[in-house]
Design a protein around this ligand. Sequence first.
Ligand SMILES: C[S@@+](CC[C@H](N)C(=O)[O-])C[C@H]1O[C@@H](n2cnc3c(N)ncnc32)[C@H](O)[C@@H]1O
Length: 250
Amino acid sequence: MKLPSSFDVIGSIAILSEKTKQPKKVARTLLKNFKNLETVVVKTGIHYGKYRLQKTKILAGKKSKTTIHKENNCTFKLNIDQTYFSQRLSNERLRISKLVKKGEEILIMFSGIAVYPITVSKLSPAKEIHAIEINPKAHKFAQENLELNKITNVKLFQGDVSKVIPKIKKKFDRIIMPLPRDAASYLDLAIKKLKPSGTIHFYDFQRLEDIPSKSIEKIRLLCKPQILRVVKVGQYSPKKFRVCIDFKVK
Ligand SMILES: C[S@@+](CC[C@H](N)C(=O)[O-])C[C@H]1O[C@@H](n2cnc3c(N)ncnc32)[C@H](O)[C@@H]1O
C-alpha cells in the first residue's frame, strides 16, 4: 500500500490529513514502520474557535492525545486536541529567538503552551519574558513546560490579553503576536506597550498577491511603521499564507 508522502508528527503522535485514503490501514502500517510513534490520528476539521483548536480521531495505537514533543533543544508537553501547537513553525520560533539581543524584555501575546516563551528563553539572551494565554488548559501545560525546561525568566498570565495587558505596568523591547487570524484587533494594545525603539512581530494570513500590502495597511491604520522585514512563514490553506511583518514604530 502507498503511504502518504507527508504527515505531521507531534511527539509520538502522527497526524494524518482528512484526505488520506484507507486511513486505518495507513495508521497500522505507520505504527509498524516507525518505532517512535505510539498513536496515529486523523484530522476531522480545520482549526476552530477562540482557542484555535483542532479535532482529531484516534485510528490506531495508544488511546492518548497527550504527548511530549522535542524541538530546538526544548521539550513541550501538550494535548493535540485541547491546545494549539504546530511543529511546522519551529524554524520561525528559531528565527525570532536569533533576533533577540542581550537584556531584552519581551511580551508574547497568545502564548499557547509556551512554545515561543520557552524557545526564546532557552535560545536567546533575553532578560525577562511575559506571556499571556486565554485557554486554561494551554496555560496549565505552559506552567508544566516551564518546569520541564527549567525556565526561570518567564512570567505566565492566564486570561484575555485585552484584560491582562493594561495591568502590566511596563513597556517591552519586543512584542510577538502569534494569532494570525485576529492579531490586528490587538495591535493598538501592543503599540501602547512598546518601548520607543522596540520591535513588533505581527502575524497575519494573506493571499499571495496581497503580501505584504494588506498586512501593512492594517498596521498603518494605527501608526507610522518602519518595516524591518516581511517573512512568508508557510502556507495556511490552498489560497492563504502565514506572514510575519517585523516593524518598529517611527
Ligand atoms: C495560533 S495559537 C498560537 C499559540 C502559540 N503561540 C504557538 O505558536 O503555538 C493562538 C493562541 O492564542 C490564544 N488566544 C486567542 N485569543 C486570545 C486572547 N484574546 N487573549 C489571550 N490569548 C488568546 C488561543 O487560545 C491560542 O492558544
